[in-house]
Design a protein around this ligand. Structure first.
Ligand code: PLP
Length: 443
């Protein structure tokens, strides 16, 4: 019996003992294609020799130095690299150890930014109902995922939520995509006016919604409108690219495809590809300057931030992606994955929507495609798909729950950037079988 308090106590988990390329192996010798990179983490797959070599080399030099005493060469190199690879508007980096930490730091940074500037009345955070920003209390409050929040509500700080940009369910009949995007973006303006311009700190959103909804990009023009509204009211735009960032959608940052620059961006999963726990907040010069010309001190910090091994892993992962031109693979194989999903599911009675960008794709499972009606929550269709997929040696990332008032089941696919065309075919074939097997009983 395991002595670990696992997420799901009664689930019988296989024991992972190894990984190579896009596969993981359990203690019984069974292989699993990692078609979700866990939760969009292992972007280079498993056991990548160059990353392992970089980690060994760093371990030989220095494992740990507290950031209150030292900076390190490897952390500085990683920061330089992230800035050099980002489009204009990213000038400084704050290194942490994961996604929730990155988002928590971004929220506190945003508040202190206004304190430094003397705008202390700014105290509100606005986010979207369809969002997940992490499980620690601050970012849980910002997230809009009701089932994750419900029992902790008495502990959560007050935050405010507007509609997501979720065209599959939100767009009215006859409304253009652009018109829909503008309408839901305008909810931000209304919310700022309601709370009081001058009292809002930031608007927070995932550029492409991940775990809550299964790879939902915004419609064209939505984020441009959001940026305009933020600028008009001096509100900071914080993008959560913990899951969708670092190449996953085909560009280093997903926001590059929206034609905007945020004030703060949180990144994590694909940054270190799972070789070490690492995350970061990327920021514009104006944020840094407010601290530099103000108190000179960001009132935050963690023991393991800027960890040399985490920095070495992240730098090595990013080197491999750049040197091997893997973002091109993400675009090319992402299109193939999209095509194969459409071939397999576009007439499927229980698949209502197929969406996403790059190697970040989702399908929404429904009881009736025509009516877009979801399955009863008690049926736990997403969990059944996961079970059937695991039985077929396939890892996908399923999620169910209430999204903007609608209970839904989604399956997220996020294969490693090194995936081949043949492996994509294999993934979609196994997924098709798993979906059919999961839904067939009782339909
Ligand atoms: N933000 C997003 C968009 C995420 O998908 C996640 C994790 O799934 C987080 C934040 C939290 O990251 P972590 O689990 O590393 O704390």
């Amino acid at each position: 019996m395991s002595k670990i308090l696992h997420r799901s106590i009664h689930a019988e988990l296989p024991v992972a003992v190894g990984g190579r390329g896009i596969e993981l192996f359990d203690a019984d010798g069974k292989a699993y294609i990692d078609a979700s990179c866990g939760a969009a983490v292992s972007c280079l797959g498993h056991g990548h020799p160059e990353v392992l070599a970089a980690l060994h080399a760093q371990l030989d030099k220095l494992a740990y130095a507290h950031t209150g005493f030292f900076t390190t060469e490897i952390a500085e190199r990683l920061a330089d690299r992230l800035i050099a690879d980002s489009p204009d508007g990213i000038d400084y980096v704050y290194l942490v150890t994961g996604g929730s930490q990155a988002m928590e730091a971004a929220l506190k940074m945003a508040r202190q930014y206004f304190v430094e500037k003397g705008e202390i009345a700014r105290r509100h955070i606005i986010a979207r109902r369809q969002s997940y920003h992490g499980n620690t209390l601050g970012v849980l409050a910002a997230g809009g995922n009701e089932w994750r929040r419900a029992q902790f509500r008495p502990l959560l700080i007050e935050t405010h939520h507007i509609a997501p940009c979720y065209a599959y369910r939100g767009r009215s009949a006859g409304e253009s995509e652009y018109g829909y995007g503008e309408r839901v973006a305008n909810e931000l303006e209304a919310k700022i006016l309601e709370l009081g311009p001058g009292e809002v700190i930031a608007f927070v959103a995932e550029t492409v919604v991940g775990a809550t909804a299964g790879a939902v990009p915004a419609v064209a023009g939505y984020f441009k409108r959001i940026r305009e509204i933020c600028d008009r009211f001096g509100v900071l735009l914080i993008l959560d690219e913990v899951m969708c960032g670092m190449g996953r959608t085909g560009t280093l940052h997903a926001y590059e495809q929206e034609g905007i620059v945020p004030d703060l961006v949180a990144i994590a999963k694909g940054l270190g590809g799972g070789y070490q726990p690492v995350g970061a907040v990327l920021m514009g010069r104006h944020i840094y300057d407010a601290f530099a010309t103000g108190s000179g001190f960001f009132q935050h910090g963690h023991t393991y931030m800027g960890h040399p091994l985490a920095a070495a892993a992240a730098l090595a992962v990013q080197d491999v992606i750049r040197e091997q031109g893997l973002l091109e693979n993400v675009v090319k194989l992402g299109e193939l994955l999209n095509c194969r999903l459409r071939e397999r599911f576009h007439k499927h009675y229980h698949v209502g929507d197929i969406r996403g960008r790059g190697l970040f794709r989702g399908i929404e499972i429904v009881a009736d495609r025509g009516e877009k009606s979801p399955f009863a929550p008690a049926r736990k269709v997403h969990a059944a798909v996961k079970r059937e997929a695991m039985a077929r040696g396939l890892m996908v990332y399923p999620m169910g729950g209430t999204i903007d008032g609608v209970q839904g089941d989604h399956i997220l696919l996020a294969p490693p950037f090194i995936v081949s065309a043949g492996q994509i075919d294999n993934i979609v074939e196994r997924l098709g079988d798993a979906v059919d097997a999961a839904i067939a009983p009782g339909v």
